[in-house]
Write a protein that binds this ligand. Structure first.
Ligand code: SF4
Length: 356
């Protein structure tokens, strides 16, 4: 961006002043709010984040309340957003801010970057937006804009390439007048999200940088950014059981490590099982299987894995203690059951969801 930045940055700032969306986390520059929104927005769409953001802040309005929050509530507030290590790191970060900075969000880049779960991107976002630091925040949206502007054909999956792009952009930030660096960060993100879009052709006619965009001039917008070919997702097959005894359902805690660590799950077995065989297989849990109510297929997509699930809703007569038995209301309001299992429940109709 540094070649024509004398023109580009003012054009971008003017465009943002006219076109910025009104998003809840843009209504102030409180570091806790910006930090939370940036973590929630990683891998998740803006519209999906809005209700989570409001609900989270209602229950945990500040850093001390986040630091002290009970794990069950924390996971429940994040339920359905996926990538649960984000919220665990968020809490760890809040604990560090309490212990090391007396509960006040630090305001130098090195200190911000030293907090758990805060990488270069989030440190740049919080640092520039909240403290006007000349530090860029380069995520996928920003990389797309920058590589198209300069028709940069280096592979952006290479850390050294991303670093070199960030360093070049930092020069632009250093020359940007104090007081406008946070707006520059938001403007770049906004352009990448709404004009130079991630899926499909960019809306170059609406772009304030059109005249200086090398990819647009050569009609090669879709060739950038250059990425490595993605590996195909691994497919895993499961038979998931909705074991219902009266008005209660069986759940159990997942292990503390690995995928969906520490969340609740529905009992399940490896592999696809036909209905009658599923009835027999369920007997290993000694629940007194009585009747199959329904058998449905569900698919859930993680970043690198796809779960293909046969979901068997089974009425049972016993509630052995190796499961926790919860009512439908507890399952809805209190139990942090990830989307992968929630879509197996009888009232759910979606047949494919994405979560990490
Ligand atoms: S002109 Fe088109 S390709 Fe270039 S930055 Fe703007 S939207 Fe993206």
């Amino acid at each position: 961006m540094n070649r024509a930045q004398d023109r580009l940055i003012p054009a971008l700032l003017d465009w943002f002043a006219e076109n910025a969306r009104d998003l809840p986390w843009r209504r102030d520059r409180e570091p806790y709010h910006v930090w939370l929104s940036e973590i929630m927005l990683q891998q998740t769409r803006v519209e999906a984040v809005k209700p989570y953001y409001a609900r989270f802040l209602e229950r945990l309005p500040d850093i001390p309340s986040l630091a002290e929050c009970d794990e069950e509530l924390l996971l429940k507030l994040w339920e359905g957003l996926g990538y649960y290590s984000r919220v665990r790191n968020l809490q760890k970060g809040a604990e560090q801010i309490m212990a090391r900075f007396g509960g006040v969000f630090p305001h130098t880049y090195a200190e911000i970057r030293s907090i758990s779960g805060i990488g270069d991107y989030t440190a740049g976002a919080v640092g520039s937006i909240c403290f006007d630091l000349p530090e860029p925040a380069v995520d996928g949206n920003v990389l797309r804009v920058l590589t198209r502007l300069s028709a940069d054909s280096r592979c952006t999956d290479e850390p050294a390439v991303r670093k070199s792009i960030r360093d070049a952009l930092r020069t632009g930030y250093e020359q940007t007048p104090a007081g406008t660096r946070g707006t520059l960060t938001q403007a770049l993100m906004e352009l990448g999200a709404t004009v130079c879009v991630p899926n499909g052709a960019p809306h170059c006619d609406a772009c304030p940088l059109q005249e200086d965009c090398a990819a647009h001039r050569s009609g090669s917008e879709m060739q950038y950014p250059v990425r490595k070919q993605k590996k195909a997702r691994r497919i895993e097959e499961y038979t998931v059981y909705i074991l219902q005894c009266g008005d209660r359902f069986a759940v159990r805690k997942r292990p503390d490590k690995g995928l969906l660590a520490g969340l609740w799950e529905l009992p399940h077995l490896d592999g696809h099982t036909e209905a009658q065989a599923a009835l027999i297989a369920a007997e290993r849990w000694q629940t007194g299987a009585e009747e199959i109510v329904s058998v449905r297929r569900r698919t859930h997509i993680f970043t690198h894995i796809e779960w293909h699930m046969t979901c068997v809703h089974l009425l049972v007569s016993k509630m052995p203690e190796h499961f926790t038995w919860v009512t439908a209301e507890q399952l809805r309001a209190e139990t942090a059951l990830p989307t992968a299992f929630r879509i197996c429940l009888p009232e759910q109709n979606d047949d494919s969801e994405k979560e990490g």
